[in-house]
Design a protein around this ligand. Structure first.
Ligand code: PLP
Length: 389
């Protein structure tokens, strides 16, 4: 049975396949021209169908942010996976189970003592892993400085393990999100590149092998002027884009591939607003675009069919299940109670996390028709590992 967006229960997560394909092809072409592999970060989409499209023409490897994602992708036949969050020994058994199922899981560390413990645990489990050393290229979240003594200490710890192999270095310049101009992002991209390439050179100079030199965020992947010395890039949110990326001039609103379908549930002209059934749980409370884009709040209100913004309407306040829509001129007659709108999200990764599937449309064809449903994986555990770290 053909279902249309105006028949769907709301709130729901809509994915425009046309925009998605345009985004994945553009990044793929950028990586191909630069001569680097594209290892997309699937923390945004958490979807095997998106992974298939995003890896086309590249090695087929992906990046994930949780072991639940890794388990889901292995179940869907995607086995070359970098788990790009620092590993701790307690999680190794779960990783070993994935390796036993055929996964080539590459781990991450930023600590020599932990690397030694990971080596002991891997030996006890009879599992072998490739490990990347995380480089802090300015975000100051995790990682070690490219020129610190820790870098070589971690390499030595990995080298001493018969069950771990040093695969290379990885960095993520998340500080690119604090930039307000393209020139600033390009400067951060160059620091990201220079630091991780510098770390690789130090390791090689000390006699270690360093096959992988991995960098990436969406802003730096879009605005970098050079990828020299890198072997791969790992952007993720570029698959969908969002208003935070519009704010950083990484895309235009017409590139944003996901939106939240919502219903107008009340008119409040005396308070100069209307209310939709998408609040903080349906949109997330992330307002990262609003610091740069005025009148953004928790998302832009767009037309159901065209997905073009309606005036300057936006969700200014988000209760759990209520979104308070304001703007200069609210066209109540065009948006009667019961009508539907689409909300362009502030931060796609956070918004999508509330949904277990995508209602896929194709705006190149009938923009209202749901052509497919794609699943996604959420959370941190699955049915078989409840209670396991
Ligand atoms: N690599 C790592 C380690 C990350 O943490 C992230 C995002 O948080 C990415 C890559 C992808 O960056 P983005 O979300 O800007 O596409």
């Amino acid at each position: 049975m053909i279902m249309k967006l105006d028949q769907l229960a709301t709130p729901a997560l809509v994915l425009d396949r046309r925009r998605l394909l345009r985004n994945t092809r553009a990044m793929s072409e950028r990586a191909r021209r630069a001569g680097v592999d594209l290892r997309p970060h699937l923390k945004t989409a958490k979807s095997a169908r998106v992974a298939e499209l995003a890896t086309q023409g590249h090695s087929g490897g992906i990046t994930v942010s949780t072991l639940a994602e890794a388990e889901y992708f292995v179940a869907h036949g995607i086995v070359d996976i970098t788990y790009a969050v620092c590993m701790v020994p307690d999680k190794l058994e779960r990783a070993a189970q994935l390796a036993a199922r055929g996964a080539r899981l590459t781990l991450l560390t930023d600590n020599a003592a932990v690397a030694r413990e990971l080596g002991d645990r891997a030996a006890a489990l009879g599992a072998r892993f490739d490990v990347l050393i995380e480089i802090d290229s300015g975000e100051h979240r995790t990682g070690v400085a490219w020129d610190s003594d820790h870098l070589l200490a971690i390499a030595r710890a990995l080298d001493q393990s018969s069950h771990l192999a040093l695969a290379g270095v990885l960095t993520h310049a998340g500080q690119s999100y604090a930039c307000e101009s393209i020139a600033e992002i390009a400067r951060v991209a160059e620091v990201e590149r220079r630091d991780v390439v510098g770390a690789a050179a130090r390791l090689r100079g000390a006699g270690f092998s360093c096959d992988t030199v991995s960098a990436g965020s969406t802003p730096t992947a879009v605005h970098a002027e050079s990828f020299a010395g890198l072997t791969e890039i790992r952007p993720g949110v570029y698959t969908f884009f969002d208003l935070a990326q519009v704010a950083r001039r990484c895309c235009t609103p017409d590139d944003v591939a996901i939106s939240v379908l919502a219903t107008v549930i009340s008119h409040q002209p005396e308070h100069r607003r209307l209310i939709i059934d998408a609040g903080g749980l349906a949109l997330s409370k992330d307002t990262s675009a609003a610091t740069v884009l005025p009148d953004t709040g928790y998302g832009w209100i767009c037309d159901l069919g065209t997905c073009q913004r309606i005036g300057d309407l936006h969700v200014a306040v988000a209760d759990q299940e209520h979104g308070y829509v304001t703007g200069g001129n609210i066209p109540y007659a065009e948006l009667p109670i019961g009508s539907r709108v689409r909300v362009l999200p502030n931060h796609a990764c956070m918004t999508a996390a509330a949904y277990d599937s995508y209602a896929v449309i194709d705006s190149a064809e009938d923009p209202l028709e749901i052509v497919e449903w794609w699943d996604r994986v959420n959370g941190w555990l699955n049915a078989s590992n409840k209670g396991m770290p």
